[in-house]
Design a protein around this ligand. Structure first.
Ligand SMILES: Cc1ncc(COP(=O)(O)O)c(C=O)c1O
Length: 444
């Protein structure tokens, strides 16, 4: 696998130094003997620019975090203002204005009843917090035997050992299997699994019945069910009918099992509503947020929980408290970035504007949805995905390189090609993205 344009000048220098000094994430470093790392000098809206002035459309929102573009002047201004005031203070025993305001505003935006905000850094830390908090809440209520977790086939909740134990993506999991706690996996409601004559809702109901059978048999030992609402991202953008969430909520309540909604990817408008849970009209016991929370600026995660969960820790006994922490818990700078993001949502009517934008984008992608090499073209909110038919063993890397050569940043998951653009992507940008993808598919 080679890239048609060999890096030169400052690009070549930065990539050579990076290969030596930086251990890049989610990467077999040897691949970069032939496939160049892309050095980025600056960002501007939906575009990234390298050291030689070559541009790349960030069609993945930089691993799904960027909502309002790179170097967004409004988020920049908020962070700069916060920088001159307070960058960070430990959150045990102290508090500050951005963390209080953010907690209040997230609770007001989230499904009802999620009034207690606990902070972490990346998405995986939110998963860890929710798993520990769920187990500990049950233990504090006299049910220490509830220590198992149930996750959905193909689910992804992060790479740390606790999060990986409830993740079902073999590529990330297989090597570390001996280190992982054993938890149960139930069938996915993925609409593509609908059998002959079944609707997506039927497929969701069938998966819900499997969940019901599992919880009926094992609820005494289960603390929580963890789900990615509406779209299972990392497994390959599996989309499903909200009916599954309605049933999951009902079953979790019936069997006294916490419902953890991992909206780390789906939150903040990605699936078309502020939170994906809204589409099912359900409120989980834990809502996990990260990624878009700071608009892709700073690492921050938030676990919102219910009064009931919170009350189970409130006690004279210190050990019955939730003694979990990270040094940067509730970073003032990150919280201020998140407040700027919420201001943009409010002031610009982003959810409604995205609805119109997504309708235009889907129409413009018509030629893709009918392309002979495209299977299961699907769309939800600001996510589009399809399976590409190709016999290339190196399809994902090949596609990535082909896309870069056309000024587009795309990284298929296996043969799943997907678009998850920032909400500032213009119709012109989108047209370029669709045309580049069509051109690549013609060569696949
Ligand atoms: C649904 C979901 N949960 C958790 C995570 C983990 O987040 P992070 O990579 O920030 O640890 C991700 C990341 O892609 C995700 O998509």
């Amino acid at each position: 696998m080679t890239w048609d344009r060999a890096p030169s000048g400052a690009n070549a220098e930065w990539l050579a130094r990076s290969r030596v000094a930086v251990f890049h994430p989610c990467t077999q470093m040897k691949v970069h003997e032939t496939l160049p790392i892309v050095p980025i000098a600056r960002g501007e809206g939906a575009w990234l620019v390298d050291f030689e002035g070559r541009r790349y459309l960030d069609a993945l929102s930089s691993w799904w975090v960027n909502l309002f573009g790179h170097a967004n002047p409004r988020i920049n201004a908020a962070i700069a203002d916060q920088l001159a005031t307070l960058e960070h203070v430990m959150l045990a025993g102290f508090t500050h204005r951005p963390v209080v305001e953010l907690s209040e505003r997230l609770a007001a935006l989230a499904p009802a009843g999620l009034g207690h905000a606990f902070y972490g850094s990346d998405g995986a830390s939110a998963t860890e917090i929710a798993l520990k908090m769920s187990f500990h809440a049950w233990a504090n209520r006299g049910k220490p035997g509830k220590r198992g977790f149930v996750s959905v086939a193909g689910g992804y909740h992060g790479e740390t050992l606790g999060a990986l134990a409830v993740t079902d993506v073999p590529l990330f999991r297989r090597t570390y299997e001996p280190l992982l706690a054993r938890h149960a996996t139930v069938p996915s409601p993925d609409a593509r699994l609908a059998r002959e004559g079944e609707t997506p809702r039927d497929a969701a109901e069938r998966a819900a019945q499997a969940l019901e059978a599992h919880l009926a048999a094992h609820h005494e030992t289960i603390a929580a069910l963890i789900v990615e609402p509406i779209v299972q991202g990392a497994t390959g953008m599996a989309m499903y009918d909200p009916h599954y969430l309605v049933r999951a909520r009902e079953l979790c309540t019936r069997f006294a099992v916490h419902l953890i909604a991992d909206e780390i990817m789906t939150g903040f408008g990605r699936t078309g509503s502020m939170f994906a849970c809204e589409q099912a009209g359900v409120a989980p016991d834990f809502l996990l947020l990260s990624k878009g929370l700071t608009g892709g600026y700073l690492p921050l995660a938030c676990v919102l929980s219910t009064d009931e969960v919170y009350a189970s820790f409130y006690d004279d006994d210190v050990a019955r408290g939730f003694l979990h922490s990270h040094s940067y818990t509730g970073s003032a700078l990150a919280c201020r970035a998140a407040l700027a993001v919420l201001d943009i949502f409010r002031d610009d009517g982003v959810i409604a504007a995205n609805r119109a934008r997504a309708a235009r984008f889907t129409e413009r992608a018509g030629a893709l949805s009918t392309h002979s090499r495209v299977r299961d073209f699907r769309h939800r909110g600001m996510i589009w995905a399809f399976e590409a038919e190709s016999t290339r063993a190196d399809f994902a890397l090949w596609f990535f390189a082909e896309a870069l050569a056309r000024e587009v940043l795309l990284r298929p998951i296996g043969r799943t090609v997907y678009f998850m653009p920032p909400y500032v992507t213009t119709d012109e940008d989108w047209g370029l993205l669709v045309d580049a993808t069509l051109a690549i598919l013609d060569r696949a």
